[in-house]
Design a protein around this ligand. Sequence first.
Ligand SMILES: [Zn+2]
Ligand SMILES: [Zn+2]
Length: 267
Amino acid sequence: MPIEPFEILAIRYAHLGNRHPGENLILADPHEFASDLDYFVWVLRRVDCSFVVDTGFGKPAAARRKREWLRCPAESLGLLGMDAARVSDVILTHMHYDHAGNLDRFPRARFHLQDDEMAFATGRCMCHQAMRAPFDLENTLEMVRRVYSEKAVFHKGDAELVPGLTLHRVGGHSAGLQILRVWTRRGWVIVASDASHLYANFEQGRCFPIVYNVAEMLEGFKLLYRLADSPEHIVPGHDPLVMKSYPAASPELEDIVVRLAVPPSRR
Ligand SMILES: [Zn+2]
Ligand SMILES: [Zn+2]
């Protein structure tokens, strides 16, 4: 039986400008281009199932960290006819503050994450400010509550959630970071999340400076190429070019939601 293809939607919910090159690339030349960052959550859906990928951050975290908060990621699901309160499955690519906030908005959901990520977020590495900085304690506590109420689904390495959707542990940027391989009408698309913040990271083999293990991050770039049908099938986690390269989900959702299951325009 042929696998039913997924639709993949990227919802842009926040933005950060005025970056220095060294904030995007280790060993950057201070004079080179420094991309802004966009912040996304993603939706995978087809007739028989749907998944929300990451949950973003709320307004208080945006104010604390001085990010431009454009809209609530959970409420934005309403733009796609979905209700966060009824979502059954959320995939957390990792537990950084910009990917794992707002958990209380998903009361029915099971949360899929890697063993390594939960251990990382609650273990000895969090004794170091440099490792802890991208985490938000309240988010971690919320996730611990979900472990205790049996709402966590742990994965170790690769896992198939349904035919046409697999998770792959990459590590690198965070100890248990995972990426998604998704079957679509244009073939296998990789939702890379922070395995590559920007196109420049994986295309040029240059690491983002928030990193747990540099060697794993570099191996992760290779894995993206291996799992994707082509480089055009790799979608980075924070690159503003994503909004420019893919079509809006509808005219009303221009600059808010783009469709990743169709080929990108040339960059
Ligand atoms: Zn991250
Ligand atoms: Zn991120």
